[in-house]
Design a protein around this ligand. Structure first.
Ligand SMILES: Nc1ncnc2c1ncn2[C@@H]1O[C@H](COP(=O)(O)OP(=O)(O)OP(=O)(O)O)[C@@H](O)[C@H]1O
Ligand SMILES: [Zn+2]
Length: 790
């Protein structure tokens, strides 16, 4: 079995060649003080430089692996991480330069972090330096060491955003330390370690043990009375307690998975002094509520966030708190999988099926898969949770049988019931073939909405397309609002009268007349959330809430939430009951614990039913299940209302298998059927895939590069090739974006090991091919291992 993110080999076998079995203890195996030591430093060299990314530097003092340093690279000075092992000798005539500064206010990154980075680099076919440097907070990289020292000295400003602001109310040790400036200094200035800053950071262990002494006490005295667990929660917690995992927590929407995570975190923190837990969530918009639950339970001082919505100073602060051990819990998005957490004891991946765990640019890693790997390597427990697991995780958690010893890699845990004996929403299907043409809201759906509003209940309308209409069209000459730079339409946004391309961002004012023929008869075709909001407001204009006020319709999508804090404010309005009908994209469909929504409607889900992507049904099913899961979450409320929660589906294909599975709330049946199909077609998880993407000004150039690289692989009879199928290059579905033509080539194998062997050997040939003059015009190429979108 090949090392894979979700199926690690035993630790000994997974180490990168650059890593020794054990990090040498500082000083011991190093050259004596009198001679400058040579150290290997991981740096991010310009795209795949020929030098490799472990470079030699000299240092006046021996430096432990994991030490952060600043080193000269070309004309610049950059951040680097001292790495294990010896670097390749420099080309003849190049002198070894010396380390410019040692950031010895920050404890070295430990062997676990370095192994994770090395593994991710190898598995996802990226350079070590790129992954290592990308995994660190931007300010560590971008600030000079003087700037950084100043930054560490200055107390961070209170954050603007609610959630982040809460996390920041606990001062990090750095804030209180008057000697912060000494954290960073030129390596030659102060050869010996000094007291530092970043917290007690130099001695993560001491900080951690201090914290843990306080923690056992504070966990007990924490004022929040714990809620009584449901029977299913108790069973699941007992299973997690007595098994090593990894676990797949398959729990219905509203079954109380968050409470299970909270208890597991608590158990993990109490089990070992200084222990830390990493809790990952898909998107920033899910974190405010979850973060509130964690800080309420564990106190703001011990919980930090890590996600791209934070400012760089906030990120640095959270990162340092996790690295030093002061923060015991890190709540974050996919980037958090690389957080330095020396005492990591538990990883939770909430909504593990969510596509946002896969990075879609640069190093295309899966944070979920790396979490499994990391947990195994660092002897931490790992829990993946979802009401609609990915088919990969579902398959990995099938029970082991004598015929199928590969089964049971994950332990599947069930929580089928909603908290408080709440019922999952009843499915109501409107057959749109029987509705008048161009119906947006069918009469029965409108009547249901009205009834709910009049009872004071809330409703949610899901349409996964923002803007007013996906295209403008001229009835006279057939002109369409095509993006001049992409093979896509520009979307009509009525609010600001603009045409905007959702791929390249190109925006224009809406023309008064057709640019093709001058006809004034240009009309929007199809609809987006803006239009739904407008139409629904008009249709419900006369409907009154119980308090006599007119019904209020609001919209949440990427357009309404651009401003800092906008999303929190809008969600707060929904939670407060100020909104009666919420219209939105997938942003509103997942994770939120709405208490008074009793009806959810997907008005136009058909588009995804017949997509060419083999994962489209899985994604649609998950989206609709998750959306329906926002309804009827408070069983007592629904009962008191004498109501019952409903999920409405307006579809032209009421007979579709997805509709039947939704009606039964039967994820296992849906998954079984999908897995059957996948097995028959030898698709993941029964096969392993990688993509090579090439971008150029023309398809010819892009595809030419892929063909040449493929030919080179065949000619060289690369290892693993006999188990790998290389498909011919094809244009991407959206072929041109921002005037760049995109092509890709699919690789498939029934053996992950063979595919990995092949990809590793192929790297050099891809670089070589790229360097040939025939492919000068290529803009870029990249490899995507375990791609999510094909
Ligand atoms: N044992 C319990 N007793 C009472 N209420 C509970 C209990 N456990 C959880 N809850 C409450 O039930 C609601 C639903 O729980 P939670 O948000 O964790 O659901 P979930 O399983 O994560 O659902 P989803 O998959 O939809 O996000 C929350 O309001 C939570 O506070
Ligand atoms: Zn465009």
């Amino acid at each position: 079995m090949a090392p894979s993110p979700d199926h690690p080999n035993p630790p000994a076998a997974v180490q990168a060649s650059t890593l020794p079995q054990r990090a040498p203890a500082t000083g011991s195996a190093q050259p004596s003080q009198s001679q400058p030591a040579t150290v290997a430093v991981a740096v991010h060299t310009p795209a795949h430089s020929a030098l490799g990314d472990l470079l030699s530097y000299t240092s006046a003092q021996p430096l432990a692996p994991g030490t952060l340093v600043r080193v000269p690279l070309g004309q610049r000075e950059v951040l680097g991480v001292v790495w294990d092992g010896t670097p390749a000798p420099l080309p003849e005539g190049m002198a070894t330069r010396s380390v410019a500064a040692v950031l010895d206010g920050i404890a070295p990154l430990d062997i676990h972090w370095r192994r994770l980075v090395a593994f991710a680099a190898r598995y996802y076919q990226r350079s070590l330096g790129e992954i290592a440097l990308a995994a660190l907070p931007p300010q560590l990289r971008d600030l000079s060491h003087e700037q950084l020292a100043r930054r560490l000295r200055r107390p961070a400003k209170p954050a603007g955003k609610g959630a982040a602001a809460r996390a920041n109310t606990a001062p990090a040790p750095a804030d209180a330390n008057p000697r912060a400036a000494s954290a960073l200094h030129g390596a030659t200035d102060h050869p010996a370690a000094v007291d530092t800053v970043v917290g007690a950071a130099a001695s993560a262990a001491s900080a951690a043990s201090a914290a843990s002494a306080a923690s056992a006490a504070s966990a007990a005295e924490n004022a929040t009375p714990l809620i009584a667990l449901s029977a299913e929660q108790q069973v699941v917690l007992a299973q997690i307690g007595s098994n090593p995992g990894p676990f797949l927590l398959f729990g219905s929407t509203g079954s109380g998975k968050t409470e299970v995570y909270l208890r597991c975190v608590q158990t993990a923190l109490e089990a070992r002094p200084g222990a830390q837990a990493l809790v990952m969530v898909p998107e920033i918009n899910l974190t405010p509520q979850l973060e509130a639950r964690f800080t309420e339970r564990f106190g703001t001082a011990r919980v930090v966030s890590l996600h791209s919505g934070m400012t760089n100073p906030q990120r640095l602060k959270s990162w340092l708190a996790a690295h030093s051990g002061q923060a015991r819990i890190v709540l974050g998005t996919r980037m958090a999988v690389f957080a330095s957490m020396p005492q990591l004891a538990l990883i939770v991946v909430d909504e593990e099926h969510d596509a946002s765990y896969k990075q879609q640019e640069g190093a295309r890693y899966s944070a979920r898969d790396l979490a499994i790997w990391r947990a195994r390597e660092q002897h931490a427990k790992v829990i993946l949770g979802s009401a609609t697991p990915s088919l990969e995780s579902w398959h990995a958690s099938r029970p082991a049988t004598p015929d199928d010893p590969q089964g049971g890699r994950y332990l599947r845990l069930h929580m089928p019931s909603r908290i408080g004996a709440g019922k999952l929403p009843v499915l109501r299907v409107v057959n749109m073939n029987h509705q008048p043409r161009r119906t947006v809201f069918s009469a029965p759906l409108l009547a249901a909405l009205q009834e709910r509003i009049e009872r004071g209940e809330q409703c949610m309308i899901l349409l996964n397309r923002r803007g007013y209409a996906p295209v403008l069209h001229c009835a006279d000459c057939d002109w369409k609002s095509d993006c001049p730079h992409c093979s896509a339409h520009q979307v009509f946004h009525k609010t600001d009268r603009s045409l905007r391309c959702h791929h390249c961002g190109f925006a224009q004012r809406v023309p008064r007349a057709c640019p093709g023929c001058g006809s004034p008869d240009i009309t929007p075709i199809g609809r987006g959330t803006e239009q739904l909001e407008e139409q629904l407001s008009a249709l419900l204009a006369d409907v009154r809430r119980p308090d006599g006020a007119p019904a209020r319709v609001a919209r949440i999508d990427a357009d309404t939430t651009r401003a800092q804090g906008a999303l929190e404010a809008q969600l707060a309005q929904v939670h407060a009951g100020d909104i009666d009908v919420l219209v939105g994209t997938q942003m509103i469909a997942k994770g939120h614990d709405f208490r008074r929504i009793t009806l959810v409607a997907a008005v136009q889900p058909d588009g995804a039913l017949f997509s060419s992507d083999f994962r489209a049904p899985e994604r649609l099913f998950a989206l609709l299940m998750q959306a329906s899961g926002r309804a009827g979450r408070d069983a007592d409320y629904v009962a008191a209302q004498g109501s019952r929660s409903e999920m409405w589906l307006q579809t032209f294909h009421p007979e579709h298998a997805i509709v039947a599975a939704l009606r039964q709330h039967d994820y296992p049946a849906f998954a079984a059927q999908q897995l059957d199909e996948r097995q028959g077609a030898a698709m993941p998880p029964f096969a392993f895939q990688a993509l090579v993407r090439a971008d150029a000004r023309t398809q010819e150039v892009a595809q030419g590069f892929l063909r040449a690289a493929s030919q080179a692989a065949t000619d060289a009879a690369l290892p693993g090739l006999e188990h790998v199928t290389l498909y011919p290059p094809v244009p991407l579905t959206i072929q041109r974006v921002a005037n760049v033509e995109r092509a890709q080539m699919l690789l498939e194998s029934d053996s992950r090991a063979a595919l990995q062997r092949f990809l590793a050997a192929w790297q050099a040939l891809l670089h070589h091919t790229r360097a040939q003059s025939a492919h000068k015009a290529l803009v870029r190429w990249l490899v995507d291992v375990d791609p999510l979108v094909i």
